[in-house]
Write a protein that binds this ligand. Structure first.
Ligand code: RAM
Length: 392
C-alpha cells in the first residue's frame, strides 16, 4: 500500500512540477500520499472520536480520489470565469506558509483564476490590515486570510466584505462572523488531544513541561493550547503534569531559539517542550540537539526541517511529532475560494463541493462556526520520516 502510494506520489509530483512550471519537488508534491498514509498510522492513542469521524471520512474520500486521479487530471471546479483570488499568509519567510501558498496557487491556476499572494513582513495583525486594504483597492474576488489575531482584522475584513469580496480563513481563524468559512487543518480538540498524549508519553506522565508557541495572538496556536489546558484540567490522568510556561517565539527562528534557551535555563527539571509551530519546533530541536539536552521535544513540524532531529535515541531531540499536508491546506483554501466566488457554495453548514483532486468536502458547523476540516494530523517518527522529508 505504502509503495503504491509513493509511486503514485512520484508520478503525480512529476506531472504537478510540469504543470506548475516552477518550485521545488517538495513544494509541488502531490497530495495523494498524505491522507492515505494518515489512515495507516493515525495516532493509536487518539480518542477525539467525534472530530476523527468526520476527518477520517474526508481522508478516505481524498485517498480514493487521489488514487483515481494521480495524473492530476481532475476536472477543476467551475472557476473558468476567471477572477482574482488572494491569499494573505501569516508572514514571509515561514516555510509552512510557502508550501501552503504553493498549493493555493496551484489550485486556483488549475481552475483558470489569477492568484495574488501576500506575505506580511511580520506575523502581526497590523501588517495584515495594510495588505488587506490594498487588496480591497485592487478589487480582488476573494481573500483567504491566515489570521494573526482573532479580532483585530474585523474592521478591515468587514470593509472587504462590504465591497463584495468573499472572505475565508485557513490555518488560523478570525472572528467567525467576519468570514464565510474556515479551512481548518484538523479538529481543534483532536490536535489538542494528540499533543497532550504526546506530552504524557514523553514525560512518563509526570513532571515539568513547557510550550513554545508562535505569537501570543495566533488564533490557531491559542486554540490548541486552550484545548490542551482544558484536558489537563478535566482529566485526572494529567494531574501530575506541570505546565511551567507558555513561551512565544513569534514564528521567528532567532526568537524561538532564544526562548528555548531561556526555558532550559529557567526550569532545570524540565522534561518536555511541546512546540505547536513548525518554526518553533525546528529552532527548539536544534538547540536541544546541539546542547545534547535530555529534554525531549514534540509538537507540529515540517518533516523536511525536522528529519535530522527525529529519533528514539539520546542523539536525537524529537522522538516524534505531527503535522498535516500544508500544500493540501492551501489547495483546499484555493478550491474553497473558487466555489465561494462562483456561487457553488455560500459558506453555510451542509454546503458540499468538490475540491479538485482532494475530493468532496462538506462545510460543517463546529463549535458554533462554519469550518471545513482537511483531515487528521499525521504522526512522523523514525519509521517514516525519510519517506516524508522530501515531500513537504
Ligand atoms: C507555523 C504557523 C502555522 C501553523 C504551523 C503548525 O508554521 O504558526 O500557523 O499551522 O506552524
Amino acid at each position: 500500500m505504502k509503495k503504491k502510494v509513493l509511486s503514485v506520489l512520484l508520478a503525480a509530483t512529476m506531472v504537478a512540477s510540469v504543470l506548475a512550471g516552477c518550485g521545488s519537488a517538495a513544494q509541488t508534491a502531490a497530495p495523494a500520499a498524505e491522507p492515505a498514509a494518515a489512515e495507516e498510522s493515525a495516532p493509536a492513542e487518539d480518542t477525539a472520536a467525534a472530530d476523527t469521524a468526520a476527518a477520517d471520512t474526508a481522508a478516505a474520500d481524498t485517498a480514493d480520489a487521489a488514487a483515481d486521479t494521480a495524473a492530476a487530471d481532475t476536472a477543476a471546479p467551475a472557476a473558468s470565469g476567471g477572477g482574482t483570488y488572494a491569499l494573505v499568509t501569516k508572514s514571509a519567510g515561514n516555510p509552512f506558509m510557502e508550501r501552503m501558498a504553493s498549493g493555493f496557487q496551484e489550485a486556483v491556476e488549475a481552475s483558470g483564476g489569477t492568484v495574488v499572494i501576500q506575505n506580511p513582513e511580520a506575523a502581526t495583525p497590523d501588517a495584515q490590515i495594510s495588505v488587506v486594504q490594498s487588496l480591497i483597492s485592487q478589487g480582488v474576488s476573494s481573500i483567504a486570510v491566515d489570521g494573526n489575531d482573532a479580532n483585530a482584522l474585523t474592521a478591515v475584513l468587514t470593509e472587504a466584505k462590504d465591497a463584495g469580496i468573499k472572505i475565508l480563513t485557513l490555518d488560523s481563524d478570525v472572528a467567525p462572523d467576519t468570514r464565510t468559512v474556515y479551512c481548518n487543518q484538523a479538529g481543534v480538540s483532536q490536535i489538542g488531544q494528540t499533543l497532550m498524549e504526546a506530552v504524557y508519553d514523553l514525560t512518563g506522565g509526570e513532571g515539568d513541561w513547557a510550550i513554545l508557541s508562535a505569537t501570543s495572538q495566533a488564533t490557531n496556536q491559542n486554540a490548541w493550547i486552550d484545548a490542551m489546558k482544558s484536558l489537563m484540567e478535566s482529566d485526572s490522568k494529567y494531574a501530575k503534569l506541570n505546565l511551567v510556561e507558555v513561551a512565544y517565539g513569534d514564528d521567528e527562528p532567532q526568537k524561538s531559539t532564544d526562548q528555548t534557551q531561556a526555558l532550559l535555563q529557567n526550569y532545570p527539571d524540565l522534561k518536555v517542550i511541546c512546540a505547536p509551530t513548525t518554526v518553533g519546533i525546528a529552532a527548539a530541536a536544534k538547540v536541544l540537539q546541539d546542547q545534547k539536552s535530555s529534554v525531549k521535544l514534540t509538537g507540529l513540524g515540517l518533516p523536511s526541517e525536522m528529519a535530522e532531529y527525529i529519533g528514539d535515541d539520546d542523539a536525537h531531540s524529537c522522538p516524534y511529532m505531527y503535522l498535516w499536508n500544508p500544500i493540501d491546506l492551501g489547495r483546499l483554501a484555493g478550491y474553497t475560494s473558487i466555489a465561494l466566488v462562483d456561487g457553488s457554495i455560500t459558506g453555510a453548514a451542509g454546503d458540499t463541493f468538490t475540491a479538485g483532486e482532494l475530493g468532496s468536502y462538506t462545510i460543517e458547523e463546529i463549535d458554533g462556526s462554519t469550518q471545513i476540516i482537511l483531515g487528521p494530523p499525521f504522526k512522523f517518527d523514525p519509521s517514516n520520516i525519510d519517506e516524508w522529508k522530501s515531500v513537504y
